[in-house]
Design a protein around this ligand. Sequence first.
Ligand SMILES: Nc1ncnc2c1ncn2[C@@H]1O[C@H](COP(=O)(O)OP(=O)(O)OP(=O)(O)O)[C@@H](O)[C@H]1O
Length: 251
Amino acid sequence: MTAILKIENLVKRFGGLVATDHVSLEVMPGEIHALIGPNGAGKSTLINQLCGELQPNEGAIHLAGRDITHLPVPARVDLGLGRTFQITSLLDEMTVRDNIGMAVQVREGGNFRIWDALRRRRAIWDETDRLLAGCQLADRADVVVADLSHGEKKQLELLVAMAMQPRLLLLDEPMAGLGHLESQQMIGMLRDIRKEAAILLVEHDMEAVFALADRISVLVYGRIIAQGSVDEIRNDPAVREAYLGAEDELC
Ligand SMILES: Nc1ncnc2c1ncn2[C@@H]1O[C@H](COP(=O)(O)OP(=O)(O)OP(=O)(O)O)[C@@H](O)[C@H]1O
């Protein structure tokens, strides 16, 4: 089976600092692969190279078998790379349904200026309703974004990303700022989403990582120090020492 994402020996230097140091990992179809590590480990630098916002100094990135290392951001999106954009990308005065519908429309090649004419098209709303079905947000479809809670905005952000039909979704701390109930809802959404897109999950919330991940890579000072299943990572002495330190944090 071809990996959806294959990263080979990715190196990114900022002057004398090696922020990602020969990082290699694979994400298989249907898999949730978590990337964990302490502050400054290089997680965001890695994600930014995958998105195309940073160019690596060495190494290669393959998406579903295609070398995307030197492709610009929009070309990567066209090939199926998706990410969330930290709520700021949501349109505050528009409803939940319109935000998703607009993203569906963008994927189909339309643009914001002709949105009013396009919003009457049935196919857009069928796809929007499909994305909303089964989500907590379905009951809030006609609420404007400005009136949503933080957790609801994060759920909407995820649905907007899924409207682009990515093969691989890059998620940078989806649990950040969520309460316990909202985190549980987010975990449920991510479990559903994995049926449609593989996920590379950067997350500090270990409860969520252990609940969701098929495989975990541990990044410390730019290097992968361990890769494995939840049990393998939990029981790895090097991970305990280098990353979390306190044993009970991994339980
Ligand atoms: N544009 C930049 N110029 C110089 N140094 C940078 C730049 N971006 C990141 N760094 C450095 O690279 C290292 C990795 O940073 P990065 O933000 O990728 O870590 P992180 O694992 O995402 O941390 P956090 O969990 O705090 O978000 C850090 O030492 C950081 O200071």
